[in-house]
Design a protein around this ligand. Structure first.
Ligand code: CA
Length: 228
């Protein structure tokens, strides 16, 4: 009897050990699997955005596409443009290592729509003026009280007539309200939905969604990973 009890105790301990090993193994497996899909909290979301027809800077033939999902009405996008964009541009865009595109992300209603539509219209009418307009509109965003109405037709008219005398304001107005431009906005909305963009700015390096767009090093790491 005593021998039998000892035997069954050994059996229980052995079973427990096997279960413990299996559970530990499972956790190690799932942990390493999760980690293989991320770098420093960045998430591989499977597909890179299709930037056909989007404003693009840098090397058009580069295999690395960086996309900013941004909104002219968004204070963090203004901050990103001032703090991170100049470094990214100098290190990777101006050196032709990557191409960079901006996709409109309309999270702030009518003002977002007006800013985006004007950008799209200028891109069609005077493609060379787009990036300057883009920077000037972010500069025009008030540094405080940015929730107050500021992105108005009057603001757009002033900015365009002062900085882009070559653009006819009446023609620009027609273009802004055209079906062609509404389709471009819809195309951007679809990219936002397709890539499950929840905040602005969101930065993607190919299929990698950057966890913290203000952490320049994590953008660099994603680029270097894609270059290898
Ligand atoms: Ca667009």
């Amino acid at each position: 009897m005593k021998q039998e009890a000892q035997h069954s105790r050994k059996l229980v301990i052995a079973t427990l050990l096997i279960v413990l090993l299996l559970v530990t193994g499972f956790f190690i497996y799932s942990y390493s699997r999760d980690n293989s899909e991320t770098i420093e909290g960045n998430a591989n979301i499977g597909t890179a955005p299709n930037v056909t027809g989007q404003p693009t800077l840098g090397n058009e033939n580069s295999e690395i596409t960086i996309v900013e999902f941004g909104d002219y009405k968004c204070p963090s996008c203004k901050a990103w443009g001032e703090q991170i964009w100049p470094r990214l541009k100098k290190d990777y865009v101006d050196t032709d290592k990557v191409k960079f595109s901006f996709v409109n992300t309309l999270f702030h209603g009518e003002e977002s729509l007006l800013g985006s539509s004007t950008g799209e219209a200028i891109l069609q009418m005077e493609p060379k003026a787009f990036w300057e307009f883009h920077e000037l509109l972010f500069e025009a965003q008030p540094a405080s009280d940015h929730d107050a109405l500021w992105l108005t037709e009057e603001k757009i008219s002033d900015l365009v007539s002062q900085s882009f005398p070559e653009i006819d304001l009446a023609k620009l107005q027609l273009k802004i309200n055209s079906t062609e431009i509404r389709n471009e906005i819809e195309k951007d909305n679809q990219l936002v939905t397709q890539h499950n963009i929840k905040q602005t700015p969101s930065i993607m390096v190919n299929q990698i969604l950057i966890d913290n767009p203000f952490d320049y090093q994590s953008i660099v790491e994603a680029i270097e990973q894609e270059r290898n």
